[in-house]
Design a protein around this ligand. Structure first.
Ligand SMILES: NC(=O)c1ccc[n+]([C@@H]2O[C@H](COP(=O)([O-])OP(=O)(O)OC[C@H]3O[C@@H](n4cnc5c(N)ncnc54)[C@H](OP(=O)(O)O)[C@@H]3O)[C@@H](O)[C@H]2O)c1
Length: 341
């Protein structure tokens, strides 16, 4: 939120008496300006399915303009309706979206179910706006795919439509959301797991049933599996756990078709050897592979999440925001277009 918006939130219009007594009496004779209604304090209810509320997300919400952030930890799907209705009925409808809901945790599908439950719980004209971003995954995945789309197009002249994309760490929240966004862009997505394809089944099923996308499960436990996978990929997205090296330089060197790689892991060692923190299209030494690093992704992720929070505060209508909205916002940021709130 911009500073002028913030002061507007807090300010009540007051008549200030300055100048001569004549001026003052003219001022008194003039019709009084209508007193501006004080605006409601922006409050965010943070539903976390974990035992804690992410400090990162609390900070992001406050820096974007929420004045009060209330963590509701160990929140479950069945708590959502009650909490939403408890929040909306306590405030007059004209306070509108000054009440926000944030859904965190570490489960993308559960977060989407809670978002749907929150929307169903609204009783017009009482309203609030909500953002689901479990573990920061929706905004991180949106930023990663938006950057990859941009770098890949500049590097090859091609779009994601028809590109073969291998996603490592795809049973994680970031990997799953990245897989769905890439598939929705028309990519052929191979979801890879280091513990075998069985672990991928619920994610493949969710992709098909909820998002109408086909995702291919691929085992990536052994080096031979990973080499085969990168050999057939145009793009690799690495969303594995922090500090885990997934792909080596030698493996990349055996992948002549590979044109772009992105790595979200900022904790050494990098997920993909040779990728540096701020890479945004740098070609890796001795290859034709353009790289995107974790802090280039983090920059767009941060701005995306902030813009989504600000859009909740500025909207007069209920907003229910998930990774599709995050991706639209990340694309605006990557392209350098002015970001709408
Ligand atoms: N740059 C940013 O702005 C930003 C923002 C948020 C998060 N992150 C980073 O994004 C990454 C993913 O986050 P997340 O919350 O989804 O992570 P996570 O839940 O900790 O792990 C993601 C996946 O990594 C794979 N994995 C776990 N241990 C592994 C191992 N020993 N070897 C190989 N793969 C392993 C697993 O997937 P499979 O079973 O499918 O292999 C797991 O589901 C993390 O590195 C996190 O730090 C970056």
């Amino acid at each position: 939120m911009r500073m002028d918006d913030q002061s507007d939130l807090l300010a009540e219009t007051t008549t200030v008496q300055v100048g001569s007594s004549e001026e003052s009496s003219q001022r008194r004779a003039a019709p009084r300006r209508a007193r501006k209604q004080p605006q409601a304090t922006p409050i965010l209810h943070f539903l976390s399915t974990q035992a804690f509320a992410s400090p990162f997300d609390v900070n992001m919400a406050v820096d974007a303009g929420f004045k009060v952030v209330v963590p509701h930890t160990n929140a479950a799907l069945e708590h959502t309706t009650g909490l939403v209705q408890d929040a909306i009925f306590s405030r007059p409808p004209e306070y509108g979206c000054r009440t926000g809901l944030f859904i965190g945790g570490k489960d993308a599908i559960l977060a989407l179910d809670m978002l749907a439950a929150a929307q169903a719980a609204l009783v017009p004209p009482f309203q609030l706006s909500a953002l689901a971003d479990p573990g920061g995954s929706f905004t991180t995945a949106a930023a990663m795919v938006a950057l990859v789309e941009d770098v890949y197009r500049k590097h090859t002249g091609r779009t994601l439509k028809g590109a073969t994309v291998a996603v490592f760490g795809s049973t994680g929240v970031v990997g799953f959301a990245s897989s769905i966004i890439a598939a929705q862009c028309g990519a052929k997505v191979m979801m890879a797991s280091h513990i075998g394809v069985k672990a991928l089944e619920p994610f493949i099923q969710a992709g098909c049933e909820r998002f109408s996308v086909d995702l291919e499960p691929v085992a990536a436990a052994r080096d031979a599996d990973k080499e085969h996978l990168v050999e057939t990929a145009d793009i690799v997205l690495c969303a594995a756990a922090a500090g885990v090296r997934v792909l080596t330089r030698e493996q990349l060197a055996k992948a002549p078709q590979l044109a772009a790689v992105a790595d979200v892991n900022a904790v050494p060692p990098s997920g993909i050897e040779g990728v540096e923190l701020f890479d945004r299209g740098r070609v890796l030494d001795g290859t034709n592979i353009a790289a995107i690093g974790p802090l280039a992704i983090g920059d767009i992720k941060y701005k995306t999440q902030s813009a989504l929070f600000r859009s909740m505060l500025s909207s007069r209508e209920t907003l229910m925001l998930d990774f599709t909205h995050a991706f639209a916002k990340a694309r605006e940021l990557v392209s350098g277009r002015r970001v709408s709130n």
